[in-house]
Design a protein around this ligand. Structure first.
Ligand code: NAD
Ligand code: ZN
Length: 247
């Protein structure tokens, strides 16, 4: 493992443009369960029944009660863990340019990263289906479910449900920086949700090295990954940062 950490540190130091792609796994140590794998949300509820746009439009009360209220509570209590903090430290030392995250929890920005592409949107905001006005999630009145905008329209989170398109500008910019980077660090993603999982493929095709940090292997590990750092994000990134000797 030490050899692989050292190899990754060398890749970071020699790279002119490094980006990270993160998934639910980086927030597990902050107490937010992932969607897949052990202890995940999908062990408890059926995604198609709760997280598909058609389910939300058909029965918003059920989706608010079965998924969104709990998500709001979990996210509002979560704080960045060592994984988020070390990625912020890499940016501070000009060793990381941009994070593409599939997460909707806002913890990368909370930790201090300034260039974060929220590929699936953000749970920090809700949007009215009628007048499109945004409202901070912490200010939503939950005394009526589903909650409503002041115009009486239905509120929905500003992140995407299954069955919805990735915002065009996020997709375009993510593709572009994946083509341009010399190194992509992939942290805590099962790499099965398209099109986010295409980004490491794009990076690799354009000559970048790919480092993966995950306690489990993924479909990328054998095909795409140059350096697989097996373990929890916080622990592995702590080791990496101490090898780099940055503060
Ligand atoms: P996923 O749930 O499909 O996979 C999680 C991955 O993280 C797995 O590969 C698992 O092995 C790994 N993992 C578990 N613990 C880890 C740890 N401590 N450190 C590093 N890795 C760890 O996640 P995904 O690939 O991001 O796809 C799920 C989708 O669900 C995303 O698109 C995202 O929008 C959404 N989601 C977001 C959040 C959040 O905002 N925190 C939480 C759950 C799901
Ligand atoms: Zn409204």
């Amino acid at each position: 493992m030490n050899k692989l950490i050292k190899k990754t540190a060398d890749l970071i130091l020699s790279s002119k443009k490094t980006i990270a792609l993160t998934g639910a796994g980086i927030s597990v140590e902050s107490g937010i369960p992932p969607f897949r794998g052990k202890g995940s949300l999908w062990d408890k509820i059926d995604p198609m029944e709760y997280a598909h746009i058609n389910s939300f439009l058909k029965d918003p009360e059920k989706v608010w009660k079965g998924l969104l209220i709990e998500m709001g509570e979990i996210i509002s209590q979560a704080v960045p863990n060592d994984g988020h903090k070390r990625l912020a430290l890499l940016e501070k030392n000009q060793l990381l340019d941009t994070i593409i995250t599939q997460n909707v929890d806002g913890l990368h920005q909370f930790a201090g990263n300034t260039d974060v592409i929220e590929f699936h949107g953000s749970f920090a905001w809700q949007r009215c289906l009628e007048c499109h006005k945004p409202l901070e999630t912490t200010r939503v009145d939950l005394s009526k479910i589903p909650p409503e905008c002041e115009c009486g329209g239905l509120l929905r989170p500003d992140c995407i449900f299954f069955g919805e398109m990735i915002p065009e500008d996020s997709l375009w910019r993510s593709r572009k920086i994946s083509e341009e980077c010399d190194l992509m660090i992939v942290v805590g993603t099962s790499a099965v949700v398209q099109p986010a999982s295409m980004m490491p493929e794009i990076a690799k095709k354009h000559g970048a090295s790919v480092v993966e940090i995950n306690p489990e292997e993924t479909p990328l590990t054998d095909r795409i990954t140059d350096c697989f750092l097996k373990g929890d994000a916080g622990k592995v990134l702590n080791q990496l940062v101490s090898t780099l000797g940055i503060k």
